[in-house]
Design a protein around this ligand. Structure first.
Ligand code: NDP
Length: 281
């Protein structure tokens, strides 16, 4: 039976990235769909950068209704869509695309909402009036800066291996608040309230070289990377007696819930998925 005539066929969604095989998104969206009784299928699409535009448009032409976009395509996705939510436009990075009947491809960025939801709701971390340090100036940092700055932290410093990228990103967001961009060596004490690792160093088993004096017993250290056990960053934070360390599982689940809301009009309860994933973290 053709797709148009099969009312029982699940609506198609998925993740486009390179690589994607390791992704937990099918598991997460599968649990959301079951809990909300939505008839949908969520698949992984490994697409090389040179094929991103053509293959993504083909997926939508073939009936796919929504896609998540991950490394290394988030900026290319911002160029592909014909409309963007204000937060995606501000980030110039898209991690969620929704295809509407009128042929609009709407790009959104739910990474920042996901991070803020995890910090505030799941971990009880206050952001207003706090001093925040973000390590890294790539796509993830781009996505989270707007939602973090909306919470009006007292100070926000972006530090990156390539200092010019941090400085450029800080300048892009300078109209929202005072944001400073620098290299790792230029980060100065006093200790921060929150340190976010948005570098991909953990994936390579590395720790950015940071000066002393950035962590005390009140500092929350959050690694956006996820996987089993500790990362070099969470080990570093533990050794310095940080108040708390956390990895990016909660951000992953909360950003997925925001994507689901855009696609299906309902935000699933993230608690059961977080509990299921806790066994892996
Ligand atoms: P990008 O490739 O866009 O950026 C990578 C960043 O890491 C750059 O700032 C780069 O610095 C820096 N970097 C890479 N290797 C090293 C190293 N060895 N030492 C120090 N810095 C390094 O990646 P993303 O921003 O998309 O992702 C960053 C991390 O966030 C990844 O671990 C990813 O898995 C995670 N993430 C998690 C999400 C979640 O839901 N939990 C969502 C999105 C991302 P330079 O500019 O000098 O190259």
């Amino acid at each position: 039976m053709s797709r148009e005539h099969d009312a029982d066929a699940p609506d198609q969604y998925g993740l486009v990235g390179h690589p994607v095989a390791h992704s937990w998104s099918p598991f997460i969206h599968g649990m959301f769909a079951k809990a909300t009784a939505q008839n949908l299928a969520y698949r992984l699409f490994d697409v090389a950068p040179q094929d991103f535009r053509r293959e993504t448009l083909q997926l939508f032409a073939g009936g796919v209704r929504g896609l998540n976009v991950t490394l290394p395509h988030k900026q290319a996705a911002a160029e592909l869509v014909n409309e963007m939510t204000p937060r995606a436009a501000r980030a110039q990075a898209v991690n969620t695309i929704a295809f509407f009947e009128d042929t609009t491809l709407l790009g959104d960025n739910t990474d920042g909402l996901g991070l803020v939801a995890d910090l505030e709701r799941n971990l009880g971390v206050e952001l207003a009036e706090r001093r925040i340090l973000i390590l890294g100036a790539g796509g993830a940092t781009r996505g989270v800066l707007g939602p973090l700055l909306e919470r009006e932290p007292r100070a926000l410093v972006i530090a990156n291996r390539t200092p010019e990228r941090a400085a450029r990103l800080a300048a892009e967001f300078a109209d929202l608040a005072e944001v400073r961009g620098c290299g790792f060596a230029e980060i100065a004490p006093p200790p921060f309230d929150l340190i976010l690792n948005a570098t991909s160093a953990s994936l390579q088993g590395e720790m950015p070289p940071l000066p002393a004096g950035l962590v005390d017993e009140r500092t929350v250290c959050y690694d956006m990377a996820y996987g089993r056990g500790h990362t070099p960053f969470t080990l570093w934070a533990r050794a310095l007696h940080a108040a708390r360390t956390s990895k990016g599982w909660g951000m992953l689940v909360e950003q997925a819930a925001e994507s689901f809301l855009l696609w299906r009009g309902m935000r699933p309860d993230t608690g059961p998925v977080l509990a299921a994933l806790a066994q892996h973290g």
